[in-house]
Write a protein that binds this ligand. Structure first.
Ligand code: ADP
Length: 752
């Protein structure tokens, strides 16, 4: 009777316990977190459920009601779990819970409430059975989904959190299941189990740090086994004494004395024996069987000798993973720059992504290391202190998939981080392991600083070497330019003097013949023709010189109009047709017709192309081939589309060291003493103005010109390719400037 009375008051005790818990959570925490709010709702519904259970006994409420309230509670617990475990589509849980409740209502309407069926040795109604089944499915689903997430969790501390939650859920649900039964023992055990489960859930909801369940369980098990084992010898002795006492018919005084003596001796021996067993267990069962101090000694010796950052990373991470058996790890170097802390990843064990990242100067991640302590990824995910970590930084950390970051710092500057992946055992890092890692990091500070200094020095050395090489190239170029300058005088005087001498010569002849009165009309026409050609050549030369000098003074004044590349090329070739025929050269064109219309200065463009094709004629021996091809460049740059025109010949080619210089004014490969013998003869030297003018015109069109050729060889005839990139439309100069896009410039500058 008393027992039954106690049983009927159990719900009331549960109400008090849940209310206290609810108030406790309410007072302790701000209700910002969604999971806490759902959990409070669950507690509130639990209180109502227990109240109905209690008063229902007296008022004889229709039985099904508590089940529906329980289901509402389970719905809220499902929502709490969904938020806690971070399941996607959390709203679905509402639907599931609502569906479960609707199903029970449907069962109430459709199934008879009174028919009882015997089950095992108690009676159940169909409604009750269906209700139980629905509750079982709903809570089972919540539990197994959590369990599945625990099985697949990537990090041990994350897994631990899920394991704890799953166990707490299981205990709670087990309690609820027991409450479905009428047996007094089941009811008591059910209430107790549910209360324990809910206490555990409350602990998990309100504190993000959860003790290491597996290690704790392991330790408790070991403690029990060790305690039992250490008591065994004493038990044996006692049993033996009592057995001997029976055989030998000792009187009870002797037996008691022997027992007492045994107990006293055990009192002294028990503790040393137990701690010896404990040490053995720690060593062989908890994996503490490495000689930390030996590893650390070797480690500090090794790090002090290394000057290379990559090697240092391997030694540091190697030693750490030898002790802790991690799957992968890296050394992260931290460089301060204007934008924040730039992190450079140096992989050391396993495969680690190498993407660099820059953390904001006030990033909570970086600030965390001011405390000179390791930081777990778990903290980054669950400690509210890191809630405002920028998304890009969080993404990077997620991609790194490290379990712990250990600062390498001398207290003032953060030099780097040791980043360690999860342990192979799947167990979380323990506090003593974290402090071991911190010790290792502290020992590496000086080594890392030295290695970084050394690397900086090496980089500087490399830079100086490169500068020296550049300087040498510049010197060579200057020497050539110097030569060009003096060549200019030679070339200019030769070029000018040749036609001038001709003019002067013919005028002298004209004058002499005239004085003698022997000048026929036929002779006059011939001599005037010669003078005309010579002065034309002179005029061409002077206008080329003027064009070239105009490039430097104020750039080129261009008149853009819409035209087609095909027309430009045709007009450029027209004056060269005789030369092509005389020299038996084949001219091929490819793809010109497919190019859409473009904007260009008609006259200047034709002039440039004539210069380039003229050169191809000049530097290709008879019976060679000149190919002019065009194609659209696949990449669009902003609004601009580019066409690439290539003039390729099968001529003597150009030495790579002259690829840039030939675009300089008055530069010509070979002997400056040669003067232009004729504009299209094989190797007929010119004044060295054709290419500079062509480049000037093309650059004024926001295009680029460069040459590609394996080298000069009159026997093998490697040929040259002149590449011209032109935009189809001219960019809005006000917005874009006269510069061609970077990619065009870089192509122009590429070495060939
Ligand atoms: P030039 O009036 O001497 O032809 P350019 O400026 O047109 O002057 O060319 C400069 C130099 O570039 C030429 O002297 C020649 O050595 C070299 N060159 C130009 N085009 C070619 C080519 N297609 N093949 C070989 N060499 C060339």
């Amino acid at each position: 009777m008393v027992f039954n009375g106690f049983l009927s008051y159990l719900p009331l005790i549960a109400v008090v316990a849940y209310t206290l818990l609810l108030l406790g959570i309410f007072v302790r925490r701000s209700q910002e977190e969604l999971q806490t709010r759902w959990f409070l709702a669950f507690l509130a519904v639990s209180i109502v459920w227990q109240l109905i259970l209690f008063f229902g006994q007296q008022w004889m409420l229709p039985r099904p009601v508590p089940l529906k309230v329980l289901l509402i509670g389970t719905l809220f617990l499902g929502l709490t779990t969904a938020v806690y475990v971070n399941w996607p589509r959390q709203r679905r849980w509402f639907l599931m819970g609502a569906l479960a409740i609707l199903l029970t209502v449907a069962a109430d309407l459709l199934l008879p409430g009174t028919t009882l069926i015997p089950l095992l040795n108690f009676q159940a109604s169909y409604r009750g059975l269906v209700g139980f089944a629905i509750w079982f499915l709903l809570s089972g689903f919540i539990f197994f989904k959590t369990w599945n997430d625990y099985r697949t969790a990537q990090f041990p501390w994350h897994a631990n959190r899920l394991l704890f939650w799953a166990i707490a859920l299981l205990i709670t649900f087990l309690g609820e299941a027991l409450l479905f039964f009428q047996w007094p023992e089941a009811v008591i055990a059910g209430h107790a189990s549910r209360l324990i489960g809910i206490l555990a859930l409350a602990y998990a909801v309100s504190s993000y740090r959860i003790f290491d369940v597996r290690t704790r369980a392991q330790k408790v098990m070991i403690l029990i086994v060790v305690t039992l084992l250490s008591a065994l010898p004493m038990l044996f002795v006692l049993l033996a004494i009592w057995q001997i006492g029976i055989w030998q018919n000792w009187n009870s005084g002797v037996t008691i004395l022997a027992t007492l003596i045994t107990l006293v001796i055990s009192l002294f021996l028990y503790e040393p024996f137990r701690s010896w067993l404990q040490r053995l267990a720690d060593r062989y069962l908890l994996g503490g069987n490495f000689d930390t101090s030996q590893v650390l000694r070797n480690y500090s010796q090794a790090t002090s000798r290394i000057l290379d950052v990559n090697q240092l990373a391997i030694v540091i991470l190697g030693a750490a993973s030898e002790l802790l058996e991690t799957k992968y790890g890296a050394l992260l170097l931290i460089n301060n720059n204007d934008e924040g802390q730039q992190i450079e990843v140096i992989p050391a064990i396993g495969s680690v992504p190498r993407d660099p990242v820059t953390f904001a100067p006030d990033s909570p991640f970086i600030r965390a290391f001011a405390q000179h302590q390791p930081l777990l990824q778990y903290e980054l995910d669950f400690n509210r202190q890191y809630a405002n970590l920028p998304a890009q930084e969080r993404m990077w950390l997620k991609k790194m998939a490290m379990d712990v970051y250990v600062p390498i710092t001398d207290g003032s500057t953060l030099d780097g981080l040791i980043a360690m992946g999860p342990k192979q055992s799947g167990l979380p890092y323990q506090p003593d392991e974290l402090s071991l890692l911190q010790t290792m990091a502290d020992q590496a500070v000086i080594a890392l600083q030295n290695a970084r200094l050394y690397r900086e020095m090496e980089e500087r050395n490399e830079k100086i070497k490169q500068l020296n090489i550049d300087l040498m190239h510049q010197n060579e170029r200057l020497e050539v330019m110097d030569r060009v300058k003096s060549d200019f005088i030679t070339i200019a005087s030769h070029e000018l003097r040749t036609p001038l001498t001709q003019v002067k010569g013919y005028i002298d002849i004209l004058a002499a013949m005239n004085a003698e009165g022997i000048l026929s009309q036929e002779q006059t026409r011939e001599i005037v023709g010669h003078i005309n050609r010579a002065s034309l050549q002179l005029e061409r030369l002077i206008s080329a010189m003027l064009d070239a000098s105009q490039l430097e003074v104020d750039g080129m004044q261009l008149n853009f109009m819409e035209t087609s590349l095909e027309t430009l090329v045709r007009l450029a070739i027209d004056p060269l047709r005789t030369a092509l025929a005389e020299r038996h050269l084949t001219l091929k064109t490819e793809g010109l017709a497919d190019i859409p219309p473009l904007h260009a200065d008609f006259k200047r463009m034709v002039q440039s192309l004539t210069n380039i094709i003229g050169n191809a004629i000049k530097y290709t021996p008879d019976y060679g081939t000149i190919t002019i091809s065009a194609r659209m460049v696949p990449a669009r740059l902003g609004d601009l589309e580019y066409v690439e025109l290539v003039v390729a010949d099968t001529g003597i080619g150009i030495d790579p060291k002259y690829h840039e210089l030939i675009f300089e004014k008055f530069f010509r490969v070979g002997n400056p003493q040669l003067h232009s013998t004729g504009s299209t003869k094989f190797k007929g030297a010119g004044p060295g103005l054709g290419l500079p003018i062509a480049r000037g015109v093309i650059e004024a069109h926001n295009g680029r010109i460069w040459v590609e050729s394996p080298g000069e060889d009159e026997k093998r005839l490697p040929g040259s390719e002149f590449h011209i990139l032109l935009p189809l439309r001219q960019p809005d100069t006000a917005a874009n400037g006269k510069q061609a896009p970077a990619f065009v410039r870089s192509r122009a500058a590429q070495p060939t």
